[in-house]
Write a protein of this length. Structure first.
Lengths: 439, 404
């Protein structure tokens, strides 16, 4: 029976090609627009560390002595960060500070580059599951002894060493020689979570959170010596002396990431933070001891509203457009089914039940939906291609994945069935006798 | 007279009528908001930076030793001045549409009890105010003794040129000349008021208005080095910038040229608004697709109705209705349906606007957009129904009698 319905539906679809084409086009355009924006949204709002993010936390303390007791600053000052880090209360933890560093090699005469550097501690790589192509990360003792070693990105390795194993080679960072001990494999977390901060001050323009990974990674203490004077504060509560070391400045510029493997550990860490803040308040260094935060990675990303508001707006627009296409298709299907009232009346007279008529009409809409879905898929691929041409940081991420591929067809089918339900119901209620008389 | 027929007929096709009206209302809601967003973006892109963009370019160098900054500045400025076509070179801290330079919160008293907002400070040497082409509307330009070395991020107790908008925000209705404000651990005194001077990242910083910036006269040195402003003839700009970049690198071989920032100001402005332009194109695309889809929906349903009512139309024609009567019948019918849609659409447009305000930080949709959207949809409806209606009016009375 199903095969027969499909046959009839295909026949009916071909009878009015223009009308069918219009409906397929409406669904295809609606689906194409919605799926393009939904795919971008899906890529940008995903978990940058799947399977791990629930154990990663971002502790914050209101270190500003002039605080008004509102949200604590997005980063920590040097002293607080070092105190928390050296207490070693978490399962794993890493300090993170960012700067631009001048990079040269003794092996070529190419002009120096200014590249983003991450100053961090050894746990960074294992905690965030960073893949290595050559060599490995530095050890805890390298952190303590301020060993001048560096891990570089595969991109920089390609640029400077043609992709060959560069472990053991020397890099000139600012004015010091640093030995390469590791080269990362392709690593592109989306967003670049360890640099996410200050999202609420960006006015929704957060595309910078989706930049590519940094090129140079160095032990925290060693990098402060090597790249001295080139670190920038996130913000300051009073004007620092630009010629003075940032370590003593009234500024926040260091982030701390902690890995806490169980709920008990999280609670213990939270009370540790509270104790620390209470002590510091007693010592007169901070003003609001209760103003602490311990957000998980995903909570921190949500707090920073990482998905650019442009992308959200585009998605909302695309779905409103799909809704309009949907009402359009409902109207056209209604016209189509009512035009066939004569045959429907005849079929009813020959014994077809209302349910049979309803399902037959629904199958007709589903066929249009599938064709529209196919067109929508092609339009989505084209839309994503257009996104990749845009000058935005996340352009290279815009690709369709399996889940989005399936969602496309599910959406197309759901759209057409939804669109078909009402007209099909209306058609199945066709009064038999009246239609026969008119035939 | 016709309206009674029309309403009677529509009552028989409640479902189809409701669908078309619903589609029009959705279109109206999206149309009004999309148009408003387009106007917003275009307005933001049209911002007056207050500087002579067409004649200006900037070169940014980094990676040099701050201890040798004086010598470094002298070498680079000299090299840039010798580039053919360069009229003037100055040392600055930033430019509109470039990277954020000095930015800080200010207060109207030393204790910041009265917070003035976060503003941009543009520092520049004794050529900069002139090179920028700043337009003074009251007070005076900095005199030679106003230029002082930069101690922290700005010279201490510096005289400043303030924009009209910022002055009006800080001291509403008062003469800003001679007024003081505090920030960056020092105080500032207003000596002149500028027509415009936009912040480095208009629309993207904490400044509540793109004109919240001040110009601070300063002397180049260790804390003001590496960023240079070049003035040249507009038509000469691309060549001058190309040669200036090479000349700067030649004069300072161990420094790194910032290739993203070292461009003419027109080019920086162009790339600054790149994403806004993409958004405008996208919104315009949505509007076109929306109107197209809605028109197709109207044509589709009207054609169906014409086919369905052939006999009735023929009968009416046989009973003396003119072609014009039939044509007007369909036009009135369309007008009524579209009007229903618009009525509902205005409510939806308002709802959508509230939702956008919440998630996209745009102002509320002004009421002026509603009549424009309504008029657009009325016209669209009339155009879309015209073809089916003309076909209906072409039905001859004979046709009705033949098939009866």
């Amino acid at each position: 029976m199903f095969a027969y319905y499909v046959k009839v539906a295909l026949h009916n679809t071909q009878r009015n090609k223009v009308l069918a084409a219009l409906m397929v086009l409406a669904i295809a355009v609606g689906i194409g627009a919605s799926m393009t924006t939904l795919t971008v949204m899906h890529l940008l709002s995903g978990d940058p560390l799947p399977g791990r993010s629930q154990h990663i936390y971002y502790p914050q303390i209101d270190v500003n002595p002039q605080s008004k007791g509102r949200e604590p600053l997005d980063m920590l000052d040097y002293r607080t960060a070092m105190d928390l880090w050296s207490s070693d209360k978490a399962d794993q933890q890493a300090l993170v500070a960012n700067s631009m560093v001048k990079v040269r090699t003794p092996y070529s005469t190419r002009p120096a580059l200014m590249l983003p550097m991450v100053s961090t501690t050894s746990d960074f790589f294992s905690m965030f599951d960073v893949p290595f192509r050559y060599g490995q990360a530095w050890s805890k003792s390298d952190d303590a002894s301020r060993t001048r070693v560096a891990v570089i990105s595969s991109r920089l390795n390609d640029k400077l060493f043609g992709g060959r194993n560069s472990v053991g080679k020397t890099l000139r960072l600012a004015d010091s020689d640093v030995r390469i001990i590791g080269v990362l494999d392709a690593w592109r977390p989306s967003p670049l979570f360890y640099k996410v901060r200050g999202g609420r001050f960006t006015d929704g323009d957060t595309s910078a959170f989706y930049k590519k990974t940094d090129d140079v990674f160095m032990p925290f203490a060693a990098s402060l010596e090597v790249n001295a004077g080139n670190f920038q504060a996130f913000t300051c509560w009073s004007a620092p002396d630009p010629n003075e070391d940032l370590r003593n400045a009234p500024c926040v510029w260091v982030a701390l990431w902690a890995r806490l493997n169980s709920a008990a550990k999280v609670n213990a860490y939270r009370s540790y933070l509270q104790n620390y803040a209470d002590q510091q308040k007693a010592a007169g260094r901070i003003k609001y001891a209760d103003d602490i935060r311990l957000r998980s990675l995903m909570q921190w990303l949500d707090f920073n509203r990482v998905v650019p508001s442009n992308v959200k707006l585009q998605t909302a627009l695309a779905f409103s457009f799909l809704l309009i296409c949907l009402t359009n298709v409902v109207g056209l299907l209604l016209a189509k089914f009512l035009r066939h009232s004569g045959e429907i009346g005849l079929r009813r007279a020959l014994g077809a039940t209302r349910t049979a008529v309803f399902f037959q009409c629904l199958i007709e809409s589903a066929i249009i939906g599938l064709l529209g879905g196919l067109g929508g898929l092609l339009l989505t691929l084209f839309g994503l291609y257009l996104v990749r041409l845009q000058p935005v940081a996340y352009a290279d991420l815009a690709h369709m994945d399996v889940s989005m591929f399936l969602v496309t067809f599910a959406l197309a089918l759901a759209t057409s069935l939804l669109a078909g339900a009402l007209p099909a119901l209306r058609a199945s209620l066709t009064p038999t006798a009246l239609q026969l008389k008119l035939l | 007279m016709q309206i009674r027929f029309v309403l009677a007929a529509l009552r028989k096709h409640r479902l189809a009528t409701f669908l078309i009206a619903l589609q029009i209302s959705l279109a109206c809601a999206v149309l009004c908001n999309a148009c408003f967003l387009i106007v917003q973006q275009v307005h933001a892109m049209r911002i007056d930076s207050g500087v002579d963009e067409a004649r200006l370019g900037t070169v940014k160098l980094s990676g040099f030793d701050p201890k040798s900054a004086n010598d470094f500045n002298a070498r680079v400025v000299d090299a840039l001045r010798h580039v053919d076509g360069v009229q003037s070179v100055s040392v600055i801290s930033g430019v509109p549409f470039g990277e954020p330079g000095v930015r800080a919160g200010i207060g109207l008293d030393p204790d910041y009890k009265q917070f003035g907002g976060v503003i941009d400070f543009y520092l520049g040497d004794d050529h900069a105010a002139h090179d920028f082409g700043l337009h003074l509307i009251s007070g005076r330009m900095p005199s030679p003794d106003d230029y002082m070395p930069v101690t922290k991020f700005v010279p201490s107790n510096a005289p400043v040129l303030i924009t009209r908008t910022l002055a009006e925000h800080l001291w509403p209705g008062q003469n800003p000349l001679g007024k003081q404000f505090w920030g960056l651990d020092t105080q500032f005194r207003v000596i002149g008021v500028l027509d415009h001077l936009s912040v480095s990242q208009p629309g993207g910083s904490e400044a509540k208005d793109p004109d919240w910036s001040v110009f601070v006269p300063a002397i180049a040195g260790p804390n003001l080095a590496g960023k240079y402003l070049i003035r040249a003839q507009p038509n000469d700009m691309p060549r001058v910038m190309r040669e200036a970049r090479e000349a700067a690198l030649k004069a300072a071989p161990d420094a790194v040229l910032d290739t993203d920032q070292s461009h003419s100001l027109s080019r920086l402005r162009h790339s600054y608004f790149e994403s806004a332009r993409v958004m405008v194109k996208l919104l315009a695309g949505v509007v076109v697709a929306l109107l197209g889809t809605t028109a197709l929906g109207i044509v589709g349903l009207a054609s169906f109705w014409v086919t369905q009512r052939r006999k009735q139309i023929g009968t009416r024609r046989a009973l003396g209705a003119t072609r014009g009567d039939i044509l007007r019948y369909f036009q009135i019918e369309n007008f009524i349906i579209v009007s229903f849609g618009i009525l509902l659409g205005m409510l939806l447009a308002y709802g959508l606007s509230l939702e956008l305000m919440r998630s996209y930080e745009v102002p509320r949709l002004p009421f002026g957009y509603m009549p424009i959207g309504a008029a657009a949809l009325w016209i669209l409806g009339q155009l879309a129904v015209l073809v089916p209606a003309l076909r209906a009016s072409a039905i001859t009375p004979v046709e009705a009698i033949r098939t009866l």
